[in-house]
Design a protein around this ligand. Sequence first.
Ligand code: CA
Length: 367
Amino acid sequence: MKRRKFIGGLGASAAAVGLTACTKPESAKKTTLDNSFDGKVIEWTMVTTWPKNFAGLGEGAEYLAQLINKMSGGRLKVKVYGAGELVPALQAFESVAIGAAQMGHGAAYYWRGKLNMAPFFAAVPFGLNAQEMNGWLLHGGGLDLWQELYEPLGLIPEPAGNTGVQMAGWFNKEINSMEDVQGLKMRIPGLGGEVWKRAGGIPVLMPGSEVFTSLETGVIDAAEWVGPYNDLAFGLFKAAKYYYYPGWHEPGTTLEAIINKDAYEALPEDLQQVVTNACRTANADMLAQFTARNNEALKTLVDKHGVELKELPKDVLKELAIISEEMLSEQAKTELDKRILNSFIKFRDEARQWHNVSEQSYYGARS
Ligand code: CA
């Protein structure tokens, strides 16, 4: 009797739960809508350093905007402008800082002229690969330092894409020794450009839109852009013969989203979360896209377009690495700069130890 009574009691309460479950969501849904979405749509402008919808990078900016639009249920609409549509590529940073646009998508090393430590959050020659950059930024204190660096400019940075290891670039003459680097005019941004200069070359900073024509017309002798997927789309194989690897100067470039701090803080908390987490999703997605597309593009470049694939000589890489280490140690000027440098170098040392016994050993075993 007792047992039956218990079951009966359970049945009754289950029915009560059922009843509640049937009636509650309707009112809960209504309440949520009434409280947080009164039909007001917030519109943001995103400026980018990439040609509109450009393979990988421009697509990444577009994907990020779409994510925000969808994740916010249409409450926050982000419209993307390619390089030159609203402002020139290399003015994206300033445009977001002054609030002319609420968001930007680019790479931190483009802002080296304003913030000499900015490249540490994009790519460091012989620095961190994609996996390690994500480890440093998201779980190794890197993002906090990045935010501290941009804070005085009223900007919030977020990692929003990664290319993985890039290619060393396109050349019309072979690189057999450091002699061949002397006087070579190359499109190579950031700290890689600084190493190139110290190695005797002439680095040139120019946005993607100018690379092809400059290389084809001989304004520059060589150019690095990204990797096979991007470079194929850009047609760089029509302007140069040799395609060198590895991308010593950009071993895992982080793309950045920059957000105007006032615009971000004016958002309700859930939309702030949408923006931040859309960036994190876009960050992971871009690396997945490059990983999936690069090999096929490389095959097309070699098999269909007759590109000569070449590895930089070991002693050239060794020399560039030595120059790079010297250069890195001289970058830090302020107390914050030194904290950024020390944090980066410490993380790289630790990552190297672990990846020697994990990634590197595994790649060796698999080959
Ligand atoms: Ca590059």
